[in-house]
Write a protein that binds this ligand. Structure first.
Ligand code: APR
Length: 271
């Protein structure tokens, strides 16, 4: 079946859905300029997950070899500073306003779904613009562009990168003044809100899997869980991925163009 037909079928299914969930990965933010993890040139090609992907590894790298990491950290901050919600994020916000989409489950920490207007966003890997106290556990949501601007200004004033000077880049805890860390999930740490994510996948009748390779569990199980509960699975991904076998509709396109076409097709159906 050709892609145009798949888009029409997807629009039909979504327009008649009772409860739709979108399960998103790094690919939905690729067109916002944020590198994915496993594509050629991706994050894990540049950085060693053992050195930066676990809390212990990151602490060790920041303690013993901070200068190795800081150029990538500054590049990441600049990438996040310039990022905006792209047509795919905006389409999910539109689907919520149309009453079609209820929940976004995302593995991304870039805050772009919230900025695109979705109101029920389950961030299973946390949010890079929410900080958590390492002592009392209190968390605080920060304004993405402001905290990046402040952090980049501080970074450029640091003479010597040490664990202490790097830890001082984030504001202290509002409750107890202890140091804070980004409220993101590192490898080996507990993922967040998984019961809510699986509950949403079980209750939906359509699950849109957008821009995820399906490599990392438990998030990668969501499309299979939805399928087992009788949902239709629509996959949007320009490359082969773990969900081709479970998809009812597979749209081998970039998320921005695919979601734009789907929204246009739904609008034609609704008039
Ligand atoms: N539109 C849609 N999909 C895209 C696009 C695009 N423009 N560009 C790339 N993709 C697809 C790729 O084909 C790939 O299947 O996005 C997927 C990205 O896969 P990964 O890089 O593995 O990212 P993700 O699935 O989100 O990884 C899950 O791994 O390292 C951890 O915590 C990290 O949350 C991340 C998790």
């Amino acid at each position: 079946m050709n892609t145009e037909m798949e888009i029409k079928k997807a629009a039909n299914i979504l327009a008649n859905a009772k409860r739709t969930v979108a399960s998103c990965g790094a690919g939905i933010s690729a067109e916002s300029g944020i590198a994915t993890f496993r594509d050629p040139g991706g994050v894990w090609e540049k950085l060693n997950p053992a050195e930066v992907g676990t809390a212990g590894g990151l602490l060790n790298t920041l303690t013993n070899n901070p200068h190795k990491l800081m150029p990538f950290f500054i590049e990441l901050l600049e990438t996040f500073q310039n990022a905006e919600p792209n047509p795919a994020h905006l389409a999910l916000g539109e689907l919520e306003r149309m009453g079609i989409l209820q929940t976004v489950v995302t593995q991304n920490i870039d805050n772009l779904h919230i900025e695109a207007g979705n109101t029920d966003v389950i961030e299973v890997h946390g949010n890079g613009f929410r900080i958590r106290c390492i002592s009392c556990g209190g968390s605080e949501r920060l304004q993405r562009k402001q905290i990046i601007k402040d952090t980049l200004k501080k970074v450029r004033e640091i003479k010597e990168f040490t664990l202490e000077t790097i830890a001082s880049l984030l504001p202290p805890c509002r409750n107890c003044l202890a140091p804070t860390r980004p409220d993101v999930v590192m490898f080996g740490e507990m993922v967040k809100d998984i019961p809510q994510a699986f509950d949403a996948a079980r209750k939906c009748d359509v699950l849109l899997a957008i821009g995820t390779s399906g490599t990392v569990y438990p998030a990668a199980h969501l499309p299979f869980h939805a399928k087992e509960s009788g949902a239709k699975i629509i996959v949007v991904n320009p490359n082969e991925n773990a969900f081709s076998a479970v998809s009812d509709i597979y749209i081998p396109m970039k998320a921005g163009a695919a979601m734009d076409e789907i929204i246009k097709a739904i609008r034609r159906l609704m008039h």
